[in-house]
Design a protein around this ligand. Sequence first.
Ligand code: IPE
Ligand code: IPE
Ligand code: MG
Length: 231
Amino acid sequence: MIPEHVAIIMDGNGRWATKRGLPRSKGHLEGSKNLEKLIPYIFEKGVKVLSLYAFSTENFKRSEEEVDYLMNLFTKVLKKQFKTFQANNIKVVFSKREEGLPISLEKLIAKIENENVSNPDYILNICLNYSGSYEIVDTTKKLIKQVINKEINIDDINQDYFLKNLYQDLPAIDLLIRTSGEYRLSNFMLFSLAYSELYFTEVLFPDFSKKDFDEALEAYQKRDRRFGLVK
Ligand code: IPE
Ligand code: IPE
Ligand code: MG
């Protein structure tokens, strides 16, 4: 079975550059080039939803130089790729906190959301200025408002409804991949990852190739997803 929703924690750009005596920014650039090759490949494989961890709320604690570089890089890549996404019937959505990104990037995001294809074959969910624990807090607040405004009853809130009301209405994640040999979630999509298969690889993100993705898929296909049942 091909996983419907794959999520990737794209980690290791900085170490990739440092190992080569290059500034960390070169690692981010290389990571972004790699990503541009990987996205179409992953959808060609039959994956319907791809979530990418691009920048966490915690990443704002990095140097101003690195944060600025990354914000410019996101802007450039989004501007460059959006037409291709439209042409390939890929809808681009963003999982993010409401505020915090540079105004120009927020504007670009709004424009993309406005011009998205209407009947997509694929969804690309970009997590930018993202925190998994805050997503749960923000969703809880949103649901409380719905109850106060009498749009729903408190008993309408269940696991499915909560999932549907996260930053984006997406299915739960089937397969999570994290590169660079770190074995943690780093505050990524905590609710959507509740029953995902987890795949960790030592490969640094700029080196994470199509073949490496195939290996992750093969590993996923060998997993026995029991969801608590006895088979
Ligand atoms: C992931 O690579 C990209 C972002 C967090 C934006 P890192 O920048 O975390 O690379 P390492 O972990 O320092 O190698
Ligand atoms: C997680 O990577 C965030 C992204 C990949 C965007 P980090 O490099 O920020 O995570 P930690 O610091 O190792 O937990
Ligand atoms: Mg890292």
